[in-house]
Design a protein around this ligand. Sequence first.
Ligand code: FPP
Length: 241
Amino acid sequence: MAPIKPTHVALIMDGNGRWAKKRLMPRSFGHREGSMALRRLVIDLVGAGVPYITVYAFSTENWSRPQAEVDALMGMIGEFFSSYIDELIENGVRVRFLGDLEKLPEGAKSACLLTQEKTKELERLNLNIAINYGGRDEIARAARLIAQKAAKGEIDPGSISQKDIEEHLYTKGIPDVDLVIRTAGEFRLSGFMLYQCAYAEFYATDVLWPDFTIEDFNKALAAFGSRERRFGGLGADGKQQ
Ligand code: FPP
């Protein structure tokens, strides 16, 4: 029997800075190579049997990096979606953004919104890009939206359920994360999809993000296939998790 594949894989693309440092290059060079690694991986993932991919491109905490690095990343995000929108469309990739795009510079924001709009009917691969995203921020936002509805009498506060929370997350309609992959040898979630990762498996690799390929992705899938997921229940041997 073929191993079970995850439906939704989340990727924490770490190690761009270290990749550049090893080559005595500026950090922005690492981010640029990182964006090319993402481009290659997305194309390789089209039709590969994992329908949802989410990548962490810029966190709410990343604004505290040196201004030159923030500017370089924002420029790259704008350039990436302006340059590859046609490639994404040709490959049937639906792109959605998770996070508050309002704070982005106009060029980056409009390239993101245009890509989201132009790919919204596509369904070969769902690619979610987290930008200006934080998991706590997302949960606080959901609470605010629900409270506003409760104040207007549209929701009964006494019957707010997990489903209501899920309906107000950026990932509304997107399945929970099954597998989180983090590159560059770190074992942290860094606030990534805190709600959606409740029962996700975690896989860490030492590969730095700019070097990450479909072969590395497949290694993570193989590891996932050998895990026993119990979702808080009992395992096949009857033992509690
Ligand atoms: C973490 O590596 C990476 C980021 C904060 C940015 C990720 C961005 C990209 C891969 C490219 C831009 C994305 C798009 C969608 C065009 P780090 O800089 O923290 O690396 P380090 O830990 O080695 O310093």
